[in-house]
Design a binder for this molecule. Structure first.
Ligand SMILES: NC(=O)c1ccc[n+]([C@@H]2O[C@H](COP(=O)([O-])OP(=O)(O)OC[C@H]3O[C@@H](n4cnc5c(N)ncnc54)[C@H](OP(=O)(O)O)[C@@H]3O)[C@@H](O)[C@H]2O)c1
Length: 240
């Protein structure tokens, strides 16, 4: 005979509110390739939101110069070479060009062990017709990162931001959603929370890394939008 009283049923944890995100304000964020447009923009916005940020570069002096320049407007930005940046950060954003992606990550494998890595790299080609998506052997830049960094927690996010808007000090809010992908909910929650530190921005969970290729590729479409409408387009996901 089987019985089914509530006391015998397996305990079901109440469903977690997907917008109940962790406090990430005390985490140090490193940005590899942080001397470039995207890295500078993210570093500036995160520091402006109160996050401690380390700009990384292949040359410590270039990182220090970028940090000093951005530090005229906000507090909490330092510079270091990429390896030191990775070691001293809790969350490490990869903001190097696709061409240097694999080589950079291979060289930093040990420094990035145990870190939460956020890949924002869009593998794109350009010809006279405009931008087009490249298909990495691993499926996407994010999956290449996951393959090269087995001891890191790799996520993907921040692909669709305009570096121009991020760096514009006169702009108070960045009006966009950020699609966040990864294999572990605890990690994507942290990255969503990080995106939400920037006024106007919201991090939205968008699946596992095997679906990162579409997200990275969509930038080619956004570049077409920007050219046609002379804009710095972002994205919004409706009804969530
Ligand atoms: N720009 C945007 O609006 C935007 C938006 C979303 C995502 N992204 C993605 O973010 C990444 C960076 O974009 P970006 O426009 O900032 O690029 P970028 O200015 O061309 O490069 C960023 C930095 O990466 C370092 N770097 C250059 N070549 C490298 C190589 N071969 N190996 C390692 N490091 C190298 C340089 O820093 P050091 O010389 O100081 O090392 C450079 O300042 C790209 O993958 C892009 O797809 C860009």
């Amino acid at each position: 005979m089987t019985t089914s009283s509530s006391s015998e049923s397996p305990q079901q944890a109440p469903a977690k509110d997907p917008w109940d995100l962790p406090d990430v304000s005390g985490l140090v964020v490193g940005v590899l390739g942080g001397t470039g447009d995207q890295g500078r923009g993210l570093a500036y916005r995160l520091a402006r939101a109160g996050q401690k940020v380390i700009i990384g570069s292949r040359a410590a002096e270039r990182a220090a110069a970028a940090a000093a320049e951005l530090g005229r407007g906000v507090e909490g930005i330092e510079g270091a070479d990429n390896a030191e940046c990775a070691r001293r950060s809790d969350i490490v954003i990869i903001a190097v060009p696709w061409d240097g992606h694999a080589k950079t990550l291979e060289a930093l494998r040990d420094d990035l062990a145990g870190k939460l890595v956020v890949d924002c790299v869009n593998p794109l080609g350009f010809d006279k017709k405009g931008a087009y998506a490249l298909k990495p052997e691993e499926g996407s830049a994010a999956e290449q990162a996951a393959a090269l960094l087995p001891e890191s927690r790799v996520t993907a996010a921040f692909h669709h931001l305009s570096a121009v808007l991020l760096q514009d000090e006169a702009i108070e809010e960045i009006d966009t959603d950020v699609l966040v992908l990864g294999e572990r909910r605890a990690d994507t929650d942290v990255v969503q929370a990080l995106a939400a530190r920037i006024p106007g921005m919201r991090g939205v969970f968008a699946g596992r890394l095997r679906n990162a290729h579409q997200v990275e590729s969509l930038v080619a479409n956004l570049i077409s939008v920007n050219r046609r409408y002379k804009a710095h387009a972002g994205l919004r996901v409706t009804d969530v």
